[in-house]
Design a protein around this ligand. Structure first.
Ligand code: KG4
Ligand code: ZN
Length: 334
């Protein structure tokens, strides 16, 4: 099966082609254009600006990716239908519908979160079920149990800011550029993670939910009270607090679920300290479980993961009608 994937849910425009050959997934084409620089001047993503940029560039990407204009050789069209920013999502969704309609090919609506989870299926060793997924991105922080392909249970989620959003907001407080995650982790390399003892929110909440807005406020208050702190020390101490919380809760969930594998994915999974800490702690506490994180080229938004997740749905015949599909900003996994 050869699947075209389309992704426009936030500030990356992306198209990709994925095939399944001999039990493995092959990424034949992968085109991505980031608008991060454009949104940096606003300090965050502006939905209407994102939509305009998607529309301006997506056919260029189709040409660069050598997507056949007549759909020759493509079996399925897969598009991110949600969650995300409605004006941005709509560009991809309408393109996907138009192509499926014109080519007479089946259409699959992919949940963006599901795409992030499937980004680890490009690896040589793929997760076994049940899998416990920590999904950490700019818009979401969720613990999800996956009992099989396409079977999801939401175990916990953030009650306010997403983990990536916290990195972005703290970066802004520290005068660092958007997106803040990579900036914070870079600054943290030169800082002392034990310099400031920031709160580890919700550790004793007794559930699997997260909260990051209190941590962000703690950074702001600390900044006002101790302006002499170095940016590097604040970045390192904040990062340590955020990672401690994510890792501790994930391991607690693992003790409850006893998963065969643990998956870390989403934009924040690019964070080296998070990857290493979760991997190392898991191997200590649950050596029988396998650990999976996407290749660094696939941690952020991309269409490869959408094509792969779409391929899995196509195998199950989960198609949608190209005449009626609408973008759903609050699309649910489970
Ligand atoms: O998955 P993604 O590309 O977009 C969404 O679906 O939201 O995630 C983007 C988020 C941003 O908040 C960005 O700051 C964060 O991922 N991020 C990081 C790192 N690289 C990207 N956060 C922490 N450490 C990083 N190295
Ligand atoms: Zn994403």
């Amino acid at each position: 099966m050869r699947v075209l994937g389309i992704e426009t849910s936030c500030d990356e425009t992306a198209v990709a082609i994925v095939t399944d050959e001999g039990g493995r997934f092959v990424l034949e084409k992968n085109q991505l254009a980031s608008q991060a620089r454009i949104h940096a001047q606003y300090g965050g993503v502006v939905p209407e600006v994102a939509a305009r940029e998607h529309a301006a560039i997506i056919f260029d990407l189709m040409e660069k990716g050598e997507i056949p204009r007549d759909g020759e050789g493509i079996d399925v069209v897969a598009v991110t239908a949600g969650p995300g920013l409605v004006p941005a999502l709509r560009i991809g969704v309408e393109l996907g519908k138009a192509l499926a309609w014109a080519w007479g090919k089946p259409l699959v609506a992919v949940n963006h979160i599901e795409g992030h989870i499937y980004s680890v299926w490009f690896e040589k060793v793929t997760p076994s079920f049940p899998a416990l997924c920590l999904l950490v991105s700019g818009g979401h922080t969720e613990l999800i149990v996956m009992r099989g392909h396409g079977q999801y249970e939401l175990l916990g989620m953030t009650r306010d800011d997403a983990a990536g959003e916290a990195f972005d907001k703290v970066a802004k407080l520290l005068g660092l550029a958007y997106p803040g995650g990579p900036e914070i982790s870079r600054a943290a390399l030169k800082g002392n993670p034990a310099a400031i003892n920031f709160p580890r929110p919700m550790l004793e909440s007794g559930d699997f939910d997260f909260s990051f807005s209190g941590l962000k406020t703690a950074v702001r208050v600390r900044r006002e009270q101790f302006p002499e702190d170095t940016v590097e020390d604040v970045a390192a101490s904040f990062q340590q607090a955020a990672i401690d919380t994510l890792v501790t809760k994930t391991l607690r969930a693992a003790q409850k679920i006893q998963p065969a594998s643990v998956i870390l994915s989403g934009g924040v999974s690019a964070n080296k300290l998070l990857r290493e800490t979760l991997h190392d702690q898991l191997m200590l506490e649950m050596p029988s479980a396998t650990f999976h994180a996407p290749d660094l080229s696939l941690t952020g938004d991309n269409a490869a993961m959408i094509a792969l997740a779409g391929l899995m749905k196509a195998r199950r015949g989960e198609y949608v009608d190209p005449l009626t599909l609408v973008a759903d900003p609050n699309m649910r996994l489970a």
